[in-house]
Design a protein around this ligand. Structure first.
Ligand code: HEM
Length: 572
């Protein structure tokens, strides 16, 4: 049982005698901590023996208590009421509303019209717009009890083992290896491949949801809840290289190669990244020059070249790499799985503006010998290849495929990557907004709380409207992806996803800026109450530029959508 103390007990622990303080009816021993307290020793001593809750909340947020509780908490006041036990989790009784995820609903039920959706139990802090509306007692056709259980599973992990340390990790430019390992053991890596849960390749399972019920909304939730830690560096460390480097291997790699290396990757023992961009070529992939020459015996490629801005490259064991195997242009590119242990692979960390713990890397390949079995997809068809022979029964789609450039290994990856970016940007925007709402309720200027100033409410309102608009478009896109075959989705949704990517990065940039104005100086210095905002502000460019810059995305969104709808019979 936790220890209890009377107010008199605490009062006897003053500055001269092992100082204790009270925060929210809990008792803390700050005697050993006072010398290292970043706010100063004297300020702590002045409240020694007293209730310091008011002063504490003025200068700190809840993350501080989570971080230091283990070290400083002695017990509570004997007057503190014991918290009611948490209500039992809702029984997973499938209601028509909350249950059928799109993949589960039959064509019969869909022809009967949408069922009336019952809301799930409210979850989280219930600050309006700080979480998706289905967390807060509003109905949704997309989420059932398995989604709610996964949300809680990830949130608890992030709040206890990640969020309190994210600032240190960002400053140290690294996330401890055991966190990545847990991503594997908890089944989260396996759940981030953009499709079915790969149960045949890993013994690891996600506790909250069985593989056969796993869908794209679960995957969305994983990334969303991880992003709540408020660090692009953290999310990119954990899923940045894997989320874009592994799907091409799984979808287009030879069975022997996949069977040999995928289980180690999914377990979190080995790391993989995607190596496309070069010092001389970003979005213009046709100009890539990293060369792979077939040996005379036809058994190996010899790879020479440089890659730049490669997320996770510094820690990667495997590099899903775009190489030139043929003539100049899009038709001479292939994708090779390069293994670090082959030798000739060097990696150097790059110094960047943001996402500091993500390990942005400069990679050089010097006479690296790669077995031909490591070719992913077909030679010279890494980007552009055979026409897709799908949908013969649907002439308009078939025609579409034969009229547009066909997309292979790398192109199929883009939608998945961009949706991941969108999910992160929406949550980071919510973090900026949520932190601002909380701070605006405690900070006073000119005799009023910030929230009581109309100009501050106006800022919050503009943040919220953009967040909700972006998020609702995202949900719709995830639903469409779930209803379509992957190749069809890639083509029909590519334009919308590109537009949404630009929408999300502009929303993120706006929210980071407005939050920073609300926090003032606290978001100009690193760490502390405005620490999340300062960090996210630096991370913005890492979202607006890679994965297709805003300019390219907006242009593509119109070009591709117009082309697709022309095929549908668009009337002008
Ligand atoms: C359990 C007790 C406490 C712990 C663990 C603690 C911890 C910290 C930490 C880690 C910081 C660095 C900034 C941040 O990360 O937010 C900080 C700053 C500060 N603390 Fe505390 N603190 C405690 C109690 C108090 C109390 C009771 C007061 C006031 C009476 C206080 C006043 C301050 C001030 C003024 C700052 C500087 C804020 C700034 O830079 O804007 N702290 N504290």
């Amino acid at each position: 049982m936790a220890k209890t103390f009377s107010k008199e007990d605490v009062a006897s622990h003053t500055k001269d005698n092992t100082p204790w303080i009270i925060i929210d009816e809990d008792v803390y021993d700050v005697s050993k901590f006072q010398d290292e307290h970043p706010g100063g020793k004297k300020i702590l001593q002045r409240v020694a023996g007293k209730d310091a809750s008011k002063q504490f909340w003025k200068y700190h947020n809840e993350g501080i208590l989570k971080k230091y509780k283990g070290q400083l908490l002695l017990g509570s006041l004997d007057t503190k009421k014991v918290a009611e036990p948490a209500p039992a989790p809702p029984t997973p009784a499938p209601t028509p509303a909350a249950t059928p995820s799109p993949s589960e609903s039959s064509s019969e039920s869909s022809s009967a019209g949408p069922a009336r959706a019952e809301p799930q139990d409210p979850y989280g802090d219930l600050i309006p717009f700080a979480d998706p509306s289905w967390y807060q007692g509003y109905s949704s056709p997309y989420f059932n009890e398995t989604h709610a259980a996964l949300r809680d599973e990830v949130r608890q992990w992030v709040e206890s083992e990640i969020e309190p340390y994210v600032h240190e990790w960002d400053e140290g430019k690294e996330v401890p290896a055991h966190i990545y390992k847990q991503m594997g053991e908890r089944g989260y890596l396996a759940g981030l491949l953009g499709g079915e849960f790969p149960a045949e390749h890993t013994p690891h399972r996600i506790k909250a949801v069985a593989p056969e019920r796993y869908d794209l909304f679960h995957e969305m939730l994983l990334t969303d809840e991880l992003s709540r830690a408020g660090s692009g560096g953290l999310v990119w460390n954990l899923v940045g290289g894997y989320g874009i480097g592994c799907p091409p291997l799984v979808k287009f790699g030879k069975k022997e190669l996949v069977d040999r290396i995928l289980p180690g990757i999914l377990a979190g023992d080995k790391r993989i990244c995607l190596a496309i961009t070069e010092p001389d070529g970003g979005s213009d992939v046709a100009s890539l020059g990293c060369e792979a020459k077939l040996t005379e015996d036809g058994k190996h490629y010899i790879v020479n070249g440089e890659k730049k801005w490669i997320t996770n490259g510094i820690w990667a064991d495997y590099f899903t790499t775009a190489v030139r195997t043929g003539k100049p242009g899009m038709n001479g590119l292939s994708v090779l799985l390069i293994e670090r242990e082959a030798g000739g692979v060097s990696t150097r960390r790059m110094d960047c503006q943001g996402v500091l713990s993500s390990g942005t890397t400069y990679v050089t390949f010097e006479d690296v010998k790669v077995p031909v079995e490591n070719l992913i997809g077909k030679e010279n068809q890494g980007f552009k290849g055979e026409r897709f022979p799908f949908f013969p029964d649907y002439p308009y789609i078939h025609e579409l495929f034969t009229n547009l450039p066909s997309y292979t290994v790398i192109m199929t990856n883009f939608n998945h990557e961009r949706i991941g970016i969108v999910i992160q940007c929406v949550r980071f925007s919510r973090v900026c907004y949520e932190e601002s709402v909380k701070y605006a309720h405690k900070r006073k200027t000119f005799g009023k709380r910030l929230i009581d100033h109309p100009v501050i409410r106006m800022k919050l309102a503009h943040m919220a409207r953009q967040i909700e608009a972006t998020y609702n478009w995202l949900e719709n896109i995830i639903f469409q992806c779930q209803c379509m075959e992957e190749t069809e989705a890639m083509l029909k949704l590519g334009g919308a996803i590109a537009g949404l990517k630009a929408q999300s990065t502009q929303t993120f940039e706006f929210c980071a800026r407005e939050a920073s104005q609300i926090f003032g100086g606290l978001s100009y210095s690193r760490g502390g109450q405005g620490g999340k905002i300062e960090r996210l502000y630096r991370d913005v460019r890492a979202y607006a530029i890679p994965g297709g810059s805003e300019e390219i995305m907006l242009d593509l969104s119109m070009r591709q959508s117009l082309k697709v709808h022309e095929m549908f019979g668009m009337k002008l």
